[in-house]
Design a binder for this molecule. Structure first.
Ligand SMILES: Cc1cc2nc3c(=O)[nH]c(=O)nc-3n(C[C@H](O)[C@H](O)[C@H](O)COP(=O)(O)OP(=O)(O)OC[C@H]3O[C@@H](n4cnc5c(N)ncnc54)[C@H](O)[C@@H]3O)c2cc1C
Length: 422
């Protein structure tokens, strides 16, 4: 940057997954790096709070073991991962419950999928039509290399599922309720390329929770940085010709600056960045003396009154210190008066149990939880900008753990190439 010499550090603004990943690569290349984080802890959108003996992730999130960046950078055993069962349970519009699963993972469910019989009742399960439609699609996503999936024609997910002739019954009964919880929208407006990549990661990976909560993932990344490299509670107010200016008016010089914040903060720091529409989600945490579902699985609602619900302590008992069950339920949009009370009624129906004595432990609304990845959505954008500042984050790739880390990786690579240029 103008006014800063080659001995100045590279400053990374933001210690979310993108910023931490970028910083790790810059440090590995031998550069002095300062990571300036506004919050009191690393992780950004991936954080876990401790409250009343419970681990509360900031919104319901899952850790997918198949993401390439995860495989490359995370020591999985240190996270003590606890798996969800493969597949999901769906509360049908008629009030029954069916299981939708990948039969290669749970061969015992293959017959139910094939015959459409669930719990011995005919015609309630997905049936052979579903398998005929989803089989080829799953084969493509499972076997084709990502570079090919990224080059498929780009439609909305809704249009893509129609192109594959997936029956409405399967789309509305399973895919839409499931994907709503992944993309945080229930119109299937998300780019079909994002859908294929996400579906691939579901087919190839295992959905898990770290025993210490999702926040253990960015904490592990931060531990790979030199001591003192991450400066918490250090909000950057503006960028300057020589580096950055802090909210308290003090300044820091930088050889280069990487803005690794969420999209809105990046736009306020770097004029000229495009606006990015985002999705909002609210997660309610309830405690119950008895678990309402003795299985580590996701429960969906075909009527889409919620995005998903699950008993977190069935997945990771460490989420509760006193043995009580911790239930997480997510809905689209923000909290509002009366919404939690209405939600209890829905949960009573879904879990077929009383919910009046459940204790509300926490409510988390995340505005800007994910970028709205509607077509055309480039799956990877350069970190270089016209102003000379670098920008990374999930809004420059895909709204996911993989996307954020991949964006950080790409930006570090580009910055290092620029610094080496004579
Ligand atoms: C509720 C929820 C559920 C999700 N579920 C999943 C899931 O199951 N699987 C999946 O793969 N992905 C999931 N995601 C998406 C994934 O968590 C995000 O895509 C990813 O964490 C984004 O990381 P990031 O580094 O790009 O941005 P962020 O995490 O937003 O990090 C940006 C950082 O910049 C800091 N910052 C901002 N402004 C400043 C400033 N002025 N000065 C200094 N620091 C600043 C912030 O405090 C923050 O720490 C979910 C997201 C949410 C919110």
């Amino acid at each position: 940057m103008n006014g800063a010499d080659a001995q100045s550090p590279v400053i990374v603004v933001g210690a979310g997954l993108a910023g931490l990943t970028c910083a790790l690569d810059l440090v590995r290349a031998g550069l002095p790096v300062r990571v300036l984080e506004a919050a009191d802890e690393v992780g950004g959108r991936v954080r876990t709070d401790r409250r009343d003996g419970f681990l509360l992730d900031r919104g319901f999130q899952v850790f997918n073991t198949s993401y390439p960046q995860v495989k490359r950078r995370i020591e999985l055993p240190r996270l003590r991962l606890r798996p969800f069962t493969p597949g999901v349970l769906i509360h049908t519009a008629e009030g029954g419950r069916i299981r939708f699963t990948d039969p290669t993972r749970r061969p015992s469910d293959a017959l139910a999928l094939l015959t459409g019989k669930q719990d011995g009742k005919p015609g309630t399960g997905p049936g052979p039509l579903a398998l005929a439609a989803l089989g080829p699609l799953c084969a493509l996503d499972l076997l084709a290399p990502p570079r090919l999936l990224k080059r498929l024609p780009e439609l909305t997910t809704r249009e893509e599922l129609a192109r594959w002739r997936v029956p409405d019954r399967v789309v509305d009964g399973f895919l839409r309720p499931f994907l709503a919880g992944v993309f945080l929208e229930d119109d299937l407006d998300t780019s079909s390329r994002m859908f294929h990549l996400t579906w691939r990661s579901m087919l190839r990976g295992t959905l898990t929770l770290p025993a210490d909560g999702m926040g253990a993932v960015p904490r592990q990344l931060a531990e790979g940085l030199p001591p003192g490299c991450v400066e918490r509670a250090s909000p950057v107010a503006a960028l300057s010709a020589a580096g950055v200016t802090f909210a308290d008016g003090s300044a820091a010089d930088a050889r280069a600056v990487v803005v690794a914040t969420d999209a809105a903060a990046a736009r306020s720091l770097v004029p000229g960045l495009p606006a990015v529409a985002t999705r909002t989600v609210t997660t309610y945490h309830h405690a119950a003396t008895r678990s309402p579902l003795r299985e580590p699985t996701l429960l969906l609602d075909a009527r889409r009154r919620i995005l998903n619900t699950c008993v977190l302590t069935e997945v990771a008992p460490t989420y509760s210190a006193d043995g009580r069950a911790l239930i997480s339920t997510s809905v689209l949009g923000t909290d509002a008066p009366g919404r939690e009370a209405a939600l209890r009624e829905v949960l009573a129906e879904l879990y077929a149990t009383g919910t009046r004595d459940w204790e509300r432990v926490g409510t988390t609304t995340v505005a800007g939880a994910l970028p709205a990845m509607v077509p055309p959505w480039p799956l990877s954008r350069t970190g270089r900008t016209a102003s000379g500042v670098y920008v990374c984050g999930d809004h420059r790739a895909t709204g996911s753990v993989q996307g954020a880390m991949a964006s950080g990786t790409r930006t570090a690579r580009e910055l290092l190439a620029d610094l080496r240029r004579p």
